[in-house]
Design a protein around this ligand. Structure first.
Ligand code: RB5
Length: 144
């Protein structure tokens, strides 16, 4: 079975956290597709949210992580693509529920709102938790 690919993208507010998370993802055996941005120079989050969404839609990546200052703008941008279910998470529990109940395929983080340890908790739960299916599948199907 081919290695799982995870795409990661951010704006300037998320750059440092992205760089922090990348080796952690690689150490888990994931192929990391880094879509930028690649510095703290100011950029516009919609570009990066949409770019990551396209990699999910065309199956170049299985999962995604998006980071901006709050996690909000970049997740809104990604969620406009029907292939994406991006969830802004602020705790390991929210990330676990996003997988169990919502089959989220993109984790969105707010680098200015949570610390690195909480971000790592979110990533761990997002990667290790399975979708529960059952009644949740029916509801996810209704998302369109
Ligand atoms: C950039 O200053 C900031 O607005 C952005 O990172 C994000 O928080 C938007 O939702």
């Amino acid at each position: 079975m081919p290695d799982k690919t995870i795409a990661i993208a951010c704006d300037h507010g998320g750059f440092e956290l992205k760089e922090h998370l990348k080796p952690l993802l690689e150490n888990k055996g994931l192929v990391v597709l880094d879509l930028g941005t690649n510095s703290t120079d100011s950029v516009d989050y919609p570009e990066f949210g949409k770019l990551l969404a396209e990699t999910i839609a065309d199956k170049r990546a299985d999962l995604g992580i998006l980071i901006c200052g709050s996690g909000i703008g970049i997740s809104i941008a990604a969620n406009r693509n029907p292939a994406v279910r991006a969830a802004v998470c602020h705790s390991g529990l929210s990330a676990r529920l996003a997988r169990q109940h919502n089959d989220a395929n993109v984790l969105a983080l707010g680098a200015r709102l949570i610390g690195v340890e909480t971000a790592i908790d979110c990533v761990e739960e997002f990667l290790e938790t399975a979708f529960e299916e059952g009644r949740h599948q029916r509801r996810v199907d209704q998302l369109g």
